[in-house]
Design a protein around this ligand. Structure first.
Ligand SMILES: [Zn+2]
Length: 129
């Protein structure tokens, strides 16, 4: 697991979310976070927020949320693994090609974890709102 997890964190570290999203959306600094017009729905008042502490984004308008990988998936219309490849290429990080079958399984497990984490995260957010 370690190798794949390392790869994921390398991808994350190489692409600080505010910089990465900044290439798609014009962001304004708002205390420790950044806000901008959501790229996933049309709006005039920015409700799209990038949280620098957690390296995650959330739109209070359409409830899109996630991290740099989720953002890439949505923005570039890619599958999880394709989004990883896209980001790896951008940041010159070699994609771990060996043990492809193993990697695929790990990816699946990892994605399931991410999805359920997002689900609980969104539930928590909606409780607060
Ligand atoms: Zn939105």
């Amino acid at each position: 697991m370690a190798e794949f997890e390392d790869f994921i964190s390398e991808i994350r570290n190489a692409n600080p979310l505010e910089n990465f999203i900044g290439t798609y959306v014009s962001l304004k600094k708002s205390s420790r976070n950044y806000v901008g017009n959501c790229p996933f729905h049309s709006e005039r008042t920015p409700s799209f927020t990038v949280f620098t502490d957690t390296q995650s984004f959330y739109c209070f308008g359409c409830h899109a949320g996630g991290d740099v990988i989720t953002f890439t998936m949505k923005m570039e219309n890619l599958e999880f693994i394709e989004a990883l490849k896209f980001l790896a290429e951008k940041s010159n990080i070699p994609f771990p090609e060996k043990n492809t079958e193993k990697t695929k399984n790990k990816t699946r497990i990892y994605e399931m974890n991410r999805l359920s984490a997002n689900f609980f995260y969104n539930n928590l957010l909606s409780l607060k709102l």
